[in-house]
Design a protein around this ligand. Structure first.
Ligand SMILES: [Zn+2]
Length: 60
């Protein structure tokens, strides 16, 4: 995949939100269109995700 930025369902062009879902072997990371809500599985799986989700930098 060269680039995946535009939602294939509604055409929103500014990228995606992400979601994390626990699986047997770690967590799946997927994309959600912020405009229409369609989710996309791009095959990302993280084995050792830190579940504390501590706050980091707040971007303005
Ligand atoms: Zn969309």
């Amino acid at each position: 995949m060269n680039e995946f930025r535009v939602c294939r369902v509604c055409g929103y062009e500014k990228g995606f939100h992400v979601y994390l879902r626990e699986q047997e072997k770690g967590h799946k990371i997927g994309l959600i269109c912020p405009s229409c809500g369609q989710s996309f599985d791009v095959g990302w799986i993280v084995a050792d995700l830190d579940e504390s989700a501590e706050k980091g930098t707040k971007f303005e």
